[in-house]
Design a protein around this ligand. Structure first.
Ligand code: ATP
Length: 531
């Protein structure tokens, strides 16, 4: 993972937000390549979920909405995670994400400061069981306990307790009650609401509280009747939205995987009650296929099917799409059959009817909904992890050989050199084609290369590069994941005969094969690969 994070910074995929001020935990910026990648993900989703279907329309709602929306949806009362704090180092964790630990627990019953101040509160400190090493274990636990008393104002504390097994020290197995970082005692879990709060207008009081939306979906329910009235759609039909969402995650981690600001792509597909199971199954299949269409292999994708007891009380089915990240198999998207919970809540809280009139059957009902809800940033991260390859690529002396997977810790064999290549599916690659003149100090080559570049950039995200040796320019594009490189050489100018005039070499990023192709055939060739 460190290598992918380093490449993301080096090549301009992802930067830490506000890096010059030390960064901001849980916030990330996308650089020149990263924002193209994200845009391609969103465009692919929008094309496949909205434009290529007759039964889905779009919506773009505001991030800040009437706070009653979040009351009705249940987010004000129950969008919480259980949070614990370390009593010694003060770090905060999600209680349900603490890995069980086994080791020794030392109990201290108080401390006395240099100047005679006494604190008689009890505190525990945990030392993971490694090789038995009592004096060192004691010292580690004491350090943690001292920190606790120091935080409470006891200067240079002398500890009481933590003496020997059975008397202040005990063996524990699989405890989740201690800080995974320092071993300090954790507080009891407390519910922590994940919504970011703000105020509307100049007065900061409770009547002006608003929230940054923690999901995009609720706006779709709130605007259901307006969309229905204008979109000329009949149930079953869907409303889709892409946009920012904000969650004050207790413990942002795994690079961008768990961020505090992220983007979602959500579809609410409204259906007739009773058809929930068949539509849910349909959308799970559609969504799994979609991930393959953007280049994530089926072998790394897994559906996690919720058991009955894991479902929310209103849901009849839920499947999460998991991807095998380097840090484990984790969720990219959730596809839930939510019944009519959301529409009925908004009907109740707003006093406005959310019913649908079926004019064939002449009956009114509250539609049920199937919700595929995906995270753009998690998909971008999955694509980055999946695309990253270290290889040995042939140098000019082994030209024509295929690249070989690099072996960890070994040098490339003679005739090969190491390369990092991002094997994005062409459809999703940030830059589709790079154009190079063979030499930058030959004006006719440069002029022709710019002509080809202008031809291609009118249709594809293209990149022009004349700096450095041609091999270096190829390597840079390999790291950017550009599927095609076009080189303009003396043959292009017709110097070796008229039959090669206005042809270029087209290099394939993955196979490294180079073919000679007429400039006029380039757009169709690239369009075929990236469509
Ligand atoms: P998790 O269990 O991982 O917190 P969730 O089940 O709460 O996720 P949903 O509420 O179903 O997530 O949100 C739908 C999608 O939004 C997720 O599948 C994920 O892709 C994305 N998402 C949710 N929270 C985050 C986050 N903190 N950072 C990045 N993406 C997120």
């Amino acid at each position: 993972m460190e290598k992918i994070v380093a490449l993301c910074k080096r090549r301009g995929f992802i930067f830490q937000s506000s890096e010059i001020y030390g960064g901001l935990n849980g916030f990330w910026d996308y650089g020149p390549l990263g924002c193209e990648l994200k845009r391609n993900i969103k465009d692919a989703w929008w094309r496949d979920v909205v434009h290529r279907r007759d039964d889905v329309v779009g919506l773009e709602a505001t991030i800040i909405m009437h706070p009653s929306i979040w009351k009705a949806s249940g987010h004000v009362d129950s969008f919480t995670d259980p949070m614990v704090d370390c009593k010694a180092c003060k770090k905060r964790f999600r209680a349900d994400q603490i890995e069980p630990q086994s080791g020794l627990v030392f109990t201290y019953t108080g401390a006395i400061s240099d100047n005679g101040n006494v604190d008689t509160t009890h505190v525990k400190a945990f030392v993971e069981l490694g090789k038995p090493d009592k004096p060192r274990d004691n010292a580690r636990a004491e350090k943690v306990a001292r920190r606790y008393y120091e935080e409470k104002g006891i200067q240079n504390p002398k500890l009481v307790g933590g003496i020997e097994i059975g008397n202040g020290i005990e063996h524990v197995s699989n405890t989740t009650g201690f800080c995974p970082e320092c071993g300090g005692q954790l507080t009891e879990p407390r519910a922590f609401n994940l919504m970011f709060k703000t105020f509307i207008g100049p007065v900061e009081d409770v009547s002006n509280v608003a929230y940054l939306r923690p999901e995009t979906a609720q706006a779709i329910f709130a605007q259901f009747q307006n969309v229905l009235a204008c979109a000329r759609q009949k149930v079953p039909f869907g409303i889709a939205q892409i946009g920012k969402a904000f969650r004050n995650e207790i413990n942002p981690r795994n690079f961008t995987f768990r961020s505090r600001e992220f983007e979602q792509m959500e579809l609410e597909f409204f259906i007739k009650p009773g058809t929930d199971a068949q539509w849910h199954e349909y959308w799970v299949k559609e969504r799994m296929k979609w991930y393959e269409s953007i280049g994530l292999p089926a072998s790394k994708l897994k559906p996690y099917i919720y058991k009955k007891e894991e479902l929310a009380h209103y849901a009849s089915a839920c499947v999460d799409v998991y991807f095998d990240f380097p840090f484990g198999s984790q969720e990219l998207e959730g596809i839930a059959a939510r019944g009519n919970f959301d529409l009925s809540q908004h009907q109740k809280h707003s006093g406005k009817s959310m019913e649908y009139f079926d004019d064939e059957k002449k009956e009114k009902y509250l539609p049920h909904v199937v919700e595929p809800s995906a995270g753009v940033d998690r998909i971008a991260l999955a694509l980055l992890c999946n695309a990253y390859y270290e290889e040995w690529a042939p140098t000019s002396e082994s030209a024509g050989s295929a690249p070989i997977p690099a072996e960890h810790g070994k040098q490339a064999p003679a005739g090969f050199e190491s390369r990092v290549v991002m094997r994005f599916a062409p459809r999703i690659a940030p830059v589709k084609v790079a154009v190079f003149p063979l030499l930058k100090n030959k004006p006719p080559l440069v002029e022709k290369a710019k002509e080809v570049f202008h031809l291609l950039r009118s249709q594809f995200v293209s990149f022009y590069d004349e700096a450095g040796a041609i091999g270096r320019r190829y390597r840079r594009q390999d790291e950017a994941g550009t599927p095609f490189c076009v080189t303009i050489d003396f043959d292009t100018l017709g110097e070796k005969g008229p039959e090669l005039k206005d042809t270029v070499t087209l290099r394939d990023r993955d196979t490294l094969k180079q073919e000679r192709i007429a400039i006029k055939d380039l757009p169709a060739k690239i369009a075929e690969a990236v469509k």
